[in-house]
Design a protein around this ligand. Structure first.
Ligand code: XIL
Length: 338
């Protein structure tokens, strides 16, 4: 059985981010998603630049490549992402500089236009992605003060842009699960401690103001170089669940350190061990969705994104399959955790 079936037997949803183009033209890629996943997340096709490349001109073709494949193969899909500081096309960046009234209109038009289209199939969206600022000591610390990331949205609308986005989404699609998705909050470093504090303060404020929010996504781009402490993760997930929120693992993968051992068995064992510790802790704390950011190391942002890639052509091993679609020990670690 695939991971999706193994997870489902225990009440857990397993899935992964998928690229619509590859689902359509790469049979091995499509077969792996068919076999392993109960749920798909469009890796790029739900982002702003893909959905609204020009002002007022929506293009749902790329997203449809994922939606149609998922429908035909009986898979659920979750949306990623309505509001983000990245992947804003030039026209939207320019519009946000025209003042708060125009910025608010652009935000509303995007959320309404997208949700009108996806309402029938997507019941969960990352409404806001990566809105908390990276504290000192993070990989990419933010120099500006404040708990929120200095994004074009914050500049245009102030901190209330998050409230506005969530309220717009609830108003347009009343039963949609509204998720706030974030990274850098999984491990036991001082920077992650501070980022967790900032996220909890943000979420508590939203709920106190009556802003609709249903779930928090832990991206879970883990790093072997960072310490992991089950008690810290359990405490954080419990704090979120005590606020009435669901907690999801939304983008799991494992990044090795640059001085990772050369031998694959040793590398794979470290990845598997960390995966098992992390996922089994999260499940014990009440997480019910485990989603990887891709399935194979051959199609992973871990290999292409300069900020996370390994030097000298080495590629990370932190997904369930290698580039030839052979199961890695991480696959077994997930199966055991479920
Ligand atoms: C990445 C995709 O994997 C890449 O293909 C794309 O070019 C850039 O974005 N956190 C997120 C995701 O929320 O949207 C990112 O996805 C990975 C990090």
């Amino acid at each position: 059985a695939g991971l999706g079936e193994i997870a489902k037997a225990n009440g857990i949803t397993f899935g992964a981010a998928a690229q619509g183009g590859l689902l359509g033209r790469d049979p091995a890629y499509a077969a792996a998603f068919q076999r392993e996943c109960a749920l798909l997340v469009p890796e790029y096709e739900g982002k702003w630049a893909a959905l609204q490349p020009a002002a007022g001109r929506f293009d749902f073709k790329p997203l449809d490549s994922v939606l149609r494949w998922a429908r035909a193969n009986g898979k659920a899909v979750r949306g990623h992402t309505l509001v983000w500081h990245k992947d804003l096309p030039p026209w939207a960046q320019a519009a946000l500089l025209e003042g708060p009234e125009r910025a608010r209109a652009v935000l509303a038009a995007h959320i309404n236009g997208v949700l009108d289209y996806t309402r029938a199939q997507l019941r969960d969206w990352d409404v806001v992605n990566e809105v908390v600022a990276d504290p000192a000591g993070s990989d990419t610390p933010q120099s500006e003060p404040g708990n929120l990331r200095a994004s074009p949205w914050l500049a245009a609308l102030g901190p209330s842009y998050i409230d506005t986005a969530l309220r717009l989404a609830r108003a347009r699609d009343a039963t949609l699960r509204l998720t706030l998705n974030e990274y850098g909050i999984e491990e036991a470093t001082p920077a992650a401690d501070e980022k967790r504090r900032r996220l909890l303060a943000l979420v508590r404020g939203l709920l106190e103001r009556g802003v609709p929010l249903d779930a928090v996504g832990l991206q879970s781009h883990l790093q072997l170089a960072k310490p992991f402490d089950p008690a810290v993760l359990t405490g954080f997930i419990t704090a979120l669940r005590d606020l009435g929120l669901a907690v999801l693992i939304t983008e799991l993968d494992v990044r090795e350190s640059w001085d990772a051992p050369q031998e694959l068995p040793a590398r794979d064992a470290l990845v598997a061990e960390r995966t098992h510790a992390f996922v089994s802790t999260a499940l014990a704390a009440g997480v019910r969705s485990v989603l990887c950011w891709g399935l194979s190391t051959g199609h992973s942002w871990l290999s292409t994104e300069p900020a996370v890639a390994m030097p000298e052509g080495r590629i990370h091993r932190g997904l369930p399959f290698d580039a030839q679609w052979q199961r890695l020990p991480m696959w077994d670690a997930l199966a055991r955790a479920f």
